[in-house]
Design a binder for this molecule. Structure first.
Ligand SMILES: [Ca+2]
Ligand SMILES: [Ca+2]
Ligand SMILES: [Zn+2]
Length: 439
């Protein structure tokens, strides 16, 4: 017992010192190291890793997992807002905005991907994973997917002295919902001695249901009050990456036989990287030159645009196809991740109406006028049950699309010249556009 306490104390101290020196943003690895002291966790984590690795060592699985699946996985999320003051009790719109950012990033719809360097252009992956706030609670009752819980000002949720306390109502936090049906995200204040030092942490596949999920410091969830460079909601994208088994791109190495380039994030198309980025977007770094055989004779620069680095939020733009394949290795082997793919709890539409009072601004219909085809793009929106109708000048319905996607093409060559009205809507939002057909 004494020895165990000593080990615990040492690890905590090492993390605290490391934090002070390197301004660590993510506590996932220190928390994981701490959890490895628990034999049951160690066994479960190891077995989960082996199962995923074996799955991915099958060449057919590996090939198929990085290709389009043509099936979108929807992950229901429950957000536990555990607050000690009004500012930490973040509004619905901020939460909905974070879910949308998760979707745009995981679906490769983020606008900053287009500024990613050309060498990485073809590596960006639409993971075909999207997220929504859950519509049904564990008792089967309707829910917004948001749980709010007031905690006393004395409550501590930092991952050093109060690790995982936010995950239990017995310790002033909020109990998780079943991890085979929900992605649990706790939003709280993790400051210690009044100092916010960590932006978030997550658990890897294989964690027990009582602890499985993601914890985010309040102001970094959604577009909150966070200051640059961590102000564009990428913290949660990074942490949910861990939840699907992603390691840091620099592989958390601490030296080794070939400098800091000899350990791996277990993904081949992410270049080796000696160290984490310093919350910046330094495109000049090429810290390692041992990326063969995947990269052949090419020595790629560090992929600072990757979500699993510590770059500035505005820099972070992609998961790679290799990372997607690794995600699917867990989605096909880890029991809780297999189960959540077909969670029956459904999607809530809370906050969508408020957020999109100006929904028209999110719809791009072009070219206009058009002679034959009309592209309809929808930005930053989860197009659940979003319908499209086109009416002629007499109010007659001439075209219908029952389910819009992010990007759509309407064929209008069979319609005559004139003015038309395009209506895009679901139960929460409504947009109207005037379209001209001119051949
Ligand atoms: Ca790699
Ligand atoms: Ca390199
Ligand atoms: Zn991390």
């Amino acid at each position: 017992m004494k020895k165990q306490l000593l080990v615990l104390g040492f690890n905590i101290l090492a993390f605290a010192i490391g934090t002070a020196q390197n301004s660590d943003k993510c506590a996932t690895m220190p928390v994981h190291q701490q959890r490895l002291q628990n034999t049951a966790y160690q066994t479960n984590f190891t077995n989960t890793e082996i199962a995923a690795k074996n799955w991915l060592s099958n060449s057919t699985n590996q090939l198929n997992a990085s290709k389009p699946q043509n099936t979108i996985i929807t992950i229901p999320v429950v957000v536990h807002v555990v607050y000690k003051n009004a500012a930490q009790n973040i509004p619905d719109t901020q939460i909905v905005r974070q879910i949308q950012i998760l979707n745009t990033c995981f679906r490769l719809q983020n606008s900053n991907f287009s500024s990613t360097r050309a060498i990485f252009d073809t590596l960006g992956a639409d993971t075909e994973i999207q997220f929504c706030l859950a519509a049904t609670d564990p008792q089967g009752n309707p829910t917004t997917g948001i749980v709010r819980k007031s905690a006393p000002s004395s409550a501590g949720f930092d991952p050093i002295l109060n690790m995982d306390k936010v995950k239990s109502s017995a310790t002033n936090g909020d109990d998780p919902w079943p991890n085979d049906k929900y992605l649990n995200i706790w939003v709280c204040d993790m400051s210690i001695f009044g100092q916010a030092f960590v932006l978030g942490y997550a658990t890897f596949p294989g964690e027990v249901p009582a602890l499985d999920g993601v914890v985010i410091q309040s102001e970094y969830f959604g577009y909150g009050t966070a200051a640059a460079p961590n102000n564009l909601a990428r913290t949660t994208v990074h942490e949910v990456g861990h939840f699907f088994g992603m390691r840091h791109i620099w592989a958390d190495d601490d030296g080794g036989t070939t400098g800091q380039c000899d350990s791996t994030d277990f993904v081949d198309d992410t270049p080796n990287q000696a160290a984490k980025s310093a919350s910046d977007c330094n495109l000049t770094i090429n810290s390692c030159s041992n990326e063969a055989p995947y990269w052949g004779t090419i020595d790629p620069p560090d992929m600072v645009e990757n979500y699993m680095d510590y770059s500035a939020d505005g820099c972070m733009a992609l998961f790679t196809k290799g990372q997607k394949a690794r995600m699917y290795s867990y989605l096909n082997t880890a029991p809780a991740r297999i189960a959540i793919k077909t969670s029956p709890v459904g999607c809530s539409t809370v906050g969508i109406k408020d957020l999109y009072s100006n929904f028209n601004d999110y719809i791009y219909a072009y070219p206009n006028p058009t002679s034959d085809i009309l592209h309809i793009n929808i930005t930053q929106f989860t197009p659940a049950n979003l319908k499209c109708e086109l009416y002629n000048i007499n109010g007659q319905l001439v075209k219908t699309v029952t389910q819009l996607d992010y990007q759509n093409t309407l064929q209008l060559s069979d319609l005559s010249n004139g003015i038309y009205v395009l209506k895009i809507y679901n139960s929460e939002v409504n947009a109207i556009k005037k379209i001209t057909i001119q051949k």
